[in-house]
Design a protein around this ligand. Sequence first.
Ligand code: NDP
Length: 480
Amino acid sequence: MEKILNYINGELVAPTNGNYLDNYNPSNGEVYSLIPDSEKQDIDNAVVAAKEAFKGWSKTPKQKRSDILMKLADTIEKYSDELIKAESKDNGKPETLAAHVDIPRAPANIRFFAGAILHDSSEMHEMDGMAINYTLRQPIGVAACISPWNLPLYLLTWKIAPALAAGNTVVAKPSEVTPMTAYILSKICIEAGLPKGVLNIVHGLGSKTGDPLTTHPDTPIVSFTGGTVTGKHIATVTAPMFKKLSLELGGKNPNIIFSDADFDKSVSMAARAAFTNQGQICLCGSRLFVQEEIYDKFRDALVTKTSKLKLGDPKDTTSNLGAVVSKDHMEKILAKIELARTLGGNILIGGEREILEGELKDGYYVQPTIIEGLSSDCDINQEEIFGPVVSLIPFKTEEEVVEMANSTKYGLSASIFTENISKAHRVAANIDSGIVWINTWLLRDLRIPFGGMKHSGVGREGGFKSLQFFTEPKNVCVKI
Ligand code: NDP
């Protein structure tokens, strides 16, 4: 069975303790490879390598860093087919989704920041002829980059690209649940000639590798994407060390459909927002508020649309949904659906594990599920489920829906569907979230400030915000 290896100081190495964990294929429930069960020693080795590499990489001219990263992006693209299949096998997502979203985004992320670093500028403050202040933006050191399992290579590269472009070196810890594309990336880095130690990837459990990485005295900068509970833990352990911290966390995003919305477009978008990637995207619209006048018609159209979605083999190009990421996660989602029933929710469609035939019978498939009849303040409408589950809630007025939309502890994203431009802008301004889409969902421009408020995160990444996060501003005052 294939053994995944850590990538430290430019080499593929086994975990120092020699221990491995099982890696499952969610589409059939089988163990198909082994993941290093790394620990503090491996993290220490990676940080030593990254710290040494920082001496050269931070002084490498921007154009050269950019060229190296562009070559890395080209090499990733060369292995697109392998990466698409690997991402789907490791995560359970349809290959078509990996082909259209996950894998193309990896080189796009790297090219974007390799270009951005050449076009960045810093500030100057002139003091009435007396003095000039200018701001140097300097790389900081070894960045700890921790990423989740839902968009494995996409989110890993979203962190390492700006960190490296800005002149930092990186120790990355991908989710132990989906390590494969990060491992392939390690091999690609070697082929592309990334200088040794610039990027290091250590696989293993959050507690055994994540903690030593975030609390390491030589990782002054931590970029984390994952769940709110883990984010809180990382904030707690890093705060006394005064680390620079970026947290991209969970969401319970409202999708608001006003009665004057373009009906067909909003039904399609609502289905996409609920079920893409089996509902395992932090930006998924899992609370669907529909104005009373169109509620019945909208609900029926959404159920019809959902009934046409094909849940099946991730390799089948006609599958709209594949498996959820793990048995544990499937059980969590099914327990939430059971809780919805107990609370009096009406399951309009779905609500069960789907057992596929033949070789895929032990895979982790959950039917796309629509629930109605639950109050906005119940657990199902307040806590993240992170699965193919959407809850429908009717509303009467704009004021009422804004209040319900803002009632959770989260504040990541929101979508508003209306043809009334004034109402759209007014509601966008009144929603507590870092991102608002009007008449669309998940339309991403890599330049925008990306992130959430309240328990959805701290700080923003994206575009120059990422380069600012991964650099330290230093003001220099020159007396004239
Ligand atoms: P987790 O918080 O469980 O894990 C995220 C990463 O943190 C994993 O690599 C995990 O490792 C690691 N980790 C776990 N414990 C620690 C620790 N003590 N110290 C350091 N690292 C640790 O999230 P999931 O992987 O379950 O991802 C799903 C969550 O991510 C959802 O809540 C989703 O909303 C959120 N998310 C947010 C996004 C955003 O941009 N705001 C984007 C995508 C997802 P391991 O897997 O080995 O436990």
